[in-house]
Design a protein around this ligand. Structure first.
Ligand SMILES: [Zn+2]
Length: 113
């Protein structure tokens, strides 16, 4: 939520570089939660897993929307670890998505990815 920021997928603090392949857009809140994390805990297996990389992984392979369209559900270890690490279902995000659902804007069509 909020303005989009440029995120380093591999943080500069961990040897990441300023090339396009290492950059993505993230909302301010997600970017703050991500911080310098590159891995997260999969709550199902308890294993430490690399976070979702929007440059070389497909969103729909790792996530789906809850039936009411307000929560992101991880469907792989990577998806679940990323939902937890970036707190993708934080209260603000869910409230905003509820409004988007009511307005008919959400969830987005998976064919758009
Ligand atoms: Zn976000």
């Amino acid at each position: 939520m909020g303005r989009l920021q440029i995120d380093h997928i591999q943080p500069l603090a961990k040897g990441g570089v300023n090339t396009e392949e290492n950059l993505c857009l993230a909302c301010e809140l997600c970017n703050q939660y991500k911080w310098i994390q590159t891995e997260g805990l999969d709550p199902e297996s308890g294993k430490v897993i690399s976070l979702f990389n929007p440059r070389n992984q497909n969103w729909g392979d790792h996530f789906t929307w809850s039936p009411e369209g307000t929560k992101i559900v991880g469907i792989t270890d990577c998806g679940r670890a990323t939902v937890e690490a970036l707190r993708l279902n934080n209260n603000l995000a869910v409230i905003v998505r509820k409004n988007w659902v009511q307005a008919g804007w959400h969830p987005p069509n998976f064919r758009d990815y």
